[in-house]
Design a binder for this molecule. Structure first.
Ligand code: PMV
Length: 358
């Protein structure tokens, strides 16, 4: 086996119509509804280095300098899925050696900024290259989906649609690019970080609990499916008013089903709610009453505000007095994952541990 050291970079995506609720909980992560997202540029990114080596007695995973336990029964669902993916991709390639994975985010993990999406996409991309599997976009997307559903959309750049699919084995549930970055390159996601800490309820637990207990949830599925078509139309026509409205309605609808979960799941905090009001005020103050920005929240309190370059300053002014905003990131659409040059490796090849061990 070649002991190539491969490093990949991937970026998060922000869903404009959200995936919430799975139809399979055995590791396929197939969703109940289609979703559509914008892949972010490299302002926020995950870098992941992999190396297969006969010097390793088991697979090792380091995230942000800390070793994660991926072995045994007592591990998180995400760790279990990562381990299964390592096993599956290794089997496909015929390679026998164990692998060390070193992954770093340049932004807060687990706070609803989709670190699991960029993390999973970077891992799959690096493994595909290291194992010389030559998977195409569809195969990479399916593989990323098995680690974290929303990650299947981070395999592509631009505006990305994840088709719900219907096959039991998940073979028709994968993402595709709907519009490339150039189509509406002025789109921007302004991410107001109000709490960088890890969310209280993991999305894995949330997906299952909402589907099982929320009485509102059954209405969400057709609503989201219609929403995807509306977003596609709005993006095709570069219609910011319609895009903003559909994005906000979908986020509110998903968070309503979360609140309707028993026991309730509440990801938004007071600053998040203040941002919601400020964006409505901003939109209402437009002379023609057309929306110029739309907020959306994933499984966390941090706000993503979708607007265009033209309206960026107005959005920043609207957010100026909101208490609790710690930082605002700005991201245009990104082009998707890429392999980085060798000198960007995160691995110390002598010790087979991260270069910067915490
Ligand atoms: O991919 P997961 O299991 O972390 O689920 C994430 C779901 C949301 O971020 C809330 C919505 C989405 O479509 O990204």
């Amino acid at each position: 086996m070649n002991s190539k050291v491969i490093t990949a970079l991937a970026t998060p995506n922000i869903a404009m119509i959200k995936y919430w609720g799975k139809r399979d909980y055995t590791g396929l992560n197939t969703p109940n509804n289609s979703s559509i997202s914008m892949t972010l540029d490299e302002t926020l990114n995950t870098k992941t280095t992999v190396m297969f080596s006969d010097k390793l007695d088991s697979d090792k995973l380091y995230i942000n300098g800390v070793e994660e336990n991926i072995h045994g029964d007592n591990v998180s669902e995400k760790s279990k899925y990562i381990k299964n993916t390592l096993i599956e991709m290794r089997k496909l390639s015929g390679v026998k050696e164990n692998v060390v994975v070193v992954s770093e985010n340049n932004f807060p993990s687990g706070a609803g900024i989709a670190s699991s999406a960029s993390g999973a996409a970077a891992l799959i991309y690096a493994l595909n290259e290291a194992l010389e599997l030559k998977m195409d976009g569809k195969q990479l997307s399916i593989m990323a989906r098995k680690i974290s559903g929303s990650a299947c959309r981070s395999v592509f750049g631009g505006i990305v649609k994840w088709n719900v699919g219907s096959h039991d084995d998940g073979s028709d549930s994968f993402a595709e690019m709907a519009f490339d970055v150039q189509h509406w390159k002025e789109l921007i996601d302004m991410i107001a970080v109000v709490d960088p800490d890890t969310k209280k309820v993991s999305s894995s637990i949330g997906h299952e609990a909402t589907v099982r207990t929320s009485v509102l949830y059954k209405n969400r599925v057709p609503f989201a499916e219609e929403g995807v078509t509306k977003i596609e139309d709005a993006i095709k026509n570069k219609d910011l008013d319609s895009l903003s409205k559909v994005i906000m309605r979908d986020s509110n609808n998903m968070h309503a089903t979360m609140l309707d979960t028993w026991p309730p799941i509440m990801y938004l905090n007071d600053s998040s709610k203040e941002i919601v009001y400020k964006i409505h005020q901003l939109n209402d103050s437009q002379q023609d009453k057309k929306c110029i920005a739309g907020y959306t929240f994933d499984a966390g309190p941090n706000a993503h505000i979708i607007t265009t370059d033209e309206h960026k300053e107005e959005v920043l002014t609207a957010l100026k007095d909101v208490q609790g905003i710690k930082k605002i990131f700005e991201s245009h659409q990104g082009v998707g994952p890429r392999i980085l040059p060798e000198n960007e490796s995160l691995l110390d090849e002598n010790t087979l541990t991260p270069k910067k061990m915490k």
